[in-house]
Design a protein around this ligand. Structure first.
Ligand code: 0RA
Length: 657
């Protein structure tokens, strides 16, 4: 990477070195020196972040009501074009500037300020760093603006304008078109993935009711259109698509109070897990925050008061007046968790100056938001239950069942505790633990099958690698409630080995290992077991995934032997390229179907040795898509599963690795 000082200054005006040019060069240089500071990382994630950054600007224009269509194109040459039908970025130089407003936006860090849209801008997190960052990290980039009947265009190389903004044509309509080609000097990969971009665009279309977003992939001639008349209602229906809803139409309301916009949609399903997604200014707040707290408090309270008012808890046989509280009428007691079993909801707020906190800066900190969300939710749910008593009763029924199951689960958990207390170190017998105790340096391999488990036990470095073999299939947690899940022996072994508890008692800080590595065979069964394990971790130990502690081992698919030399191939392509390089004679090829076919030494060398192995970290950039996927793959219905697998055969393969 070259620094600006070694390159000629661009001719952005007659005065090559005026103050604003120097500022621009310094800015570009800072971004190119430390790209990760601006876009998170320089891998696939950061690359796609660039697309989101450009799209966000068009979405901002949509949020203020001037744009209803955005087209994103992945071009044959690997560049991306984003087109909107908004007002177009202003042209006139801003006060005190010589360059066009377009140029200022495209070349100045955080050009916001004077151009502010008066919309909800983001402070913190990765979003909102500005399109100038994308420009700086692109080998080339151009913008075309249609405004006042003219078409204007400017081209850039690594963020520097080639020439001044120029008129290149005429057009009646208005809008902005931005095209960028990511710089391979910066990014580890420059290949855009259709599915990754599609997930984010779908999410944006759900969050911005009535906005049409089209994604076209010209590399393969593929196109999708996202437009949701129902907005957040459509979002929760999508999340519940493969589940059975308890009532048909989601409860959906929105209100603006003290300059804070709140929109919420709720629908229960007959399952047991909670799928609540919260957003601030279109950003998924994975760690929650004040908006989520306000919502939860109000939800529990509204259901509870409705149930009490109409005496709906009175005759239930649930836990009464236990340590979890009384309801004062002699009926059963419900707690917050009960009101969230089978709950699917999306909470979207728009806040002018959001404060993001937490480990991943995805937790809303603004305290004023809690009360506002709580008040709006209370008000709307209260009214809704009065007007829709049959839905209200169905929800209360659901919550009562959850409360009874909670009681059963508590008993099951106590049983687990008593039983494990009898064990020597309270750890499952089949766990081969490591000798070190510091979680930071310890890892656990969760291995499919006793025979592979045996090889792993012999092959490992026992100082820091623990092995937990699981026998056969584990329980599908999408189809079972927590009390049943807790009775499953394989799951119990996993819970005790990991050490961080489960459900209400889950505490990620207690994890005994900081790498949890799922190692299964490279066949259909193996991928099924892997999905089952990941579903369990996703539903019941989510923070492990959020904190990046969950990995997938990558055992080789082939061994190519040439004389005494062994080569390992982790994909068909790799095998072919190894075979091509070797003379035809004296080459033997072995395909590994299962981990059990490798001896301990081979397993160590290929899959477990930290010096040589590759681990795939499970990340959740897009929890809502993952949720939909897990419910598709693991839900009670087999039809959507086969449909999905047929339609996405290659995607499933990718997803599964
Ligand atoms: C500032 C002011 C105005 C429009 C925009 C920004 C704008 C920016 C982007 C970025 C991508 N698409 C965009 N569309 C609009 C409006 C100025 C006016 O016409 O009054």
């Amino acid at each position: 990477m070259k620094s600006a000082s070694t390159q000629a200054a661009p001719k952005t005006s007659e005065h090559n070195y005026d103050a604003s040019t120097i500022k621009v060069l310094k800015g570009l240089d800072a971004v190119r020196r430390r790209p990760a500071m601006y876009i998170g990382d320089i891998s696939q994630r950061g690359l796609h972040h660039c697309v989101y950054e450009v799209v966000d600007n068009s979405v901002d224009e949509a949020m203020v009501g001037y744009c209803d269509k955005i087209v994103v194109e992945i071009n044959k040459d690997g560049s991306v074009t984003v087109t909107d039908n908004g007002r177009g970025i202003p042209i006139e130089p801003p006060p005190g500037e010589k360059a066009s407003a377009v140029q200022v936006v495209m070349t100045t860090l955080h050009a916001g300020g004077k151009f502010d849209h008066e919309s909800y801008k983001v402070s913190g997190g990765l979003h909102g760093v500005g399109v100038s960052v994308v420009n700086a990290l692109s080998e080339w980039c151009w913008v075309e603006i249609c405004r006042d009947g003219e078409v204007y265009r400017q081209d850039y190389d690594r963020g520097k304008p080639r020439k001044k903004l120029a008129k290149v044509g005429t057009r009646k309509k208005t809008g902005t078109k931005t095209c960028f080609f990511p710089d391979s000097e910066i990014f580890k990969t420059t290949e855009f993935k259709f599915d990754i971009i599609a997930s984010r665009l779908r999410e944006l279309a759900f969050l911005n009711q009535g906005l049409t977003i089209i994604l076209k992939d010209h590399r393969v001639d593929k196109e999708v259109e996202f437009y949701f008349k129902g907005g957040l209602s459509a979002f929760v229906q999508y999340l519940n698509e493969n589940k059975t809803a308890v009532f048909r139409k989601p409860i959906h309301f929105s209100k603006i109070k003290d300059d804070i916009e709140v929109e919420i949609a709720i629908q229960y399903n007959d399952g047991y897990s909670e799928s609540v997604y919260s957003y601030v200014n279109n950003i998924n707040t994975i760690e929650g925050g004040t908006h989520l707290t306000g919502f939860r408090t109000a939800l529990t309270r509204s259901i509870n008061s409705y149930a009490l008012k109409y005496n709906l808890l009175k005759n239930s046989k649930g836990p009464k007046n236990g340590k979890n509280g009384k309801n004062g009428k002699g009926g059963m007691a419900m707690i917050g968790d009960d009101s969230r079993e089978g709950l699917t909801a999306v909470i979207s707020v728009r806040v002018r100056e959001p404060q993001f906190e937490g480990q991943t800066k995805t937790k809303l900190g603004n305290s004023e938001v809690r009360g506002i969300v709580e008040a709006i939710t209370n008000e709307h749910l209260g009214a809704f239950f009065e007007e829709n008593p049959s839905v209200g009763k169905r929800i209360v029924d659901k919550v009562v069942q959850a409360a009874m199951a909670r009681d059963a689960a508590r008993k099951a958990r106590e049983l687990t505790r008593r039983k494990t207390a009898l064990d020597s170190a309270a750890l499952p017998g089949k766990l081969a633990d490591c000798s070190l105790r510091d979680p930071e340096s310890c890892e656990i391999y969760i291995v499919e099958g006793d025979s592979a488990g045996g090889s792993a036990k012999q092959g490992r470095d026992r100082r820091y690698q623990a092995i937990l073999p699981l026998r056969g299939k584990i329980l599908n947690v999408e189809k079972a409630r927590i009390d049943k899940i807790l009775r499953n022996e394989e799951i119990r072994a996993m819970i005790t080995a990991l050490g961080c508890g489960v459900g209400d008692e889950f505490n990620v800080d207690k994890a005994r290992y900081h790498k949890i590595i799922v190692m299964t065979d490279a066949d259909v069964d193996g991928s099924h077991i892997r999905t089952l394990l990941l579903t369990f971790l996703f539903r019941y130990m989510r923070a492990l995934i959020d904190q990046g502690l969950v990995y997938i081992a990558q055992p080789p698919l082939f061994r190519v032997k040439h004389g005494k030399t062994e080569y390992w191939a982790y994909s068909e392509e790799e095998k072919d390229s190894i075979m091509k390089k070797l003379p035809k004679t004296g080459v033997s090829l072995q395909r590994y179907k299962g981990l059990g076919e490798m001896n301990p030494d081979q397993l160590w060398k290929t899959t477990m040795d930290p010096e040589k192995r590759t681990l795939l970290k499970i990340t959740l950039d897009d929890a809502a898509t993952a949720d939909h996927l897990f419910s598709t793959l693991m839900g009670p219905d087999t039809a959507p599963r086969s449909k999905f697998i047929q339609e996405n055969a290659s995607y499933v393969r990718n997803l599964d690795i």
